[in-house]
Design a protein around this ligand. Structure first.
Ligand SMILES: [Mg+2]
Length: 134
């Protein structure tokens, strides 16, 4: 599982969802959380995190957002060699179910269908960790 000091980037256009994810992460012992409300800002945060020597170790991103969807964000991340192996978990709603295959082909680490329980959320994070640390 991700070490407790992992810096986690939470991306969602709804602050209520960011709060929910942050509180679930806190409950699991993760307190180094960075928030962004869209994919474009999130890309900047990834780059600045690396430049500042405090790299993001996990991204949890919504799918349906203005400016850049979670899928576009994922593809952008994966196109950069330095982020090719960065764990990215997408939060999807029922509406995106048919596009999940595209996310898998684009290199998503795990996806979580909203609404989700704390247990499912934690299991998905474990899965993301295992996928990148075999
Ligand atoms: Mg959204």
């Amino acid at each position: 599982m991700f070490p407790k000091e992992t810096r986690i980037l939470v991306v969602d256009d709804m602050s209520s969802i960011r709060d929910l994810v942050r509180s679930q992460l806190r409950g699991m012992g993760y307190n180094d959380v960075v928030e962004c409300s869209n994919g474009a800002d999130a890309l900047s945060s990834l780059v600045s995190g690396t430049q500042s020597g405090r790299p993001i170790g996990l991204v949890i991103s919504d799918w349906n957002m203005p400016i850049m969807t979670g899928l576009e964000f994922l593809r952008n991340v994966r196109s950069k060699p330095e982020f090719a192996a960065l764990p990215v978990v997408l939060l999807t709603s029922e509406a995106e179910r048919e596009q999940v295959t595209e996310a898998v082909l684009s290199g998503v680490s795990q996806y979580v269908v909203k609404p989700f329980s704390a247990k499912v959320f934690e299991d998905k994070l474990k899965g993301a960790w295992q996928k990148h640390n075999k």
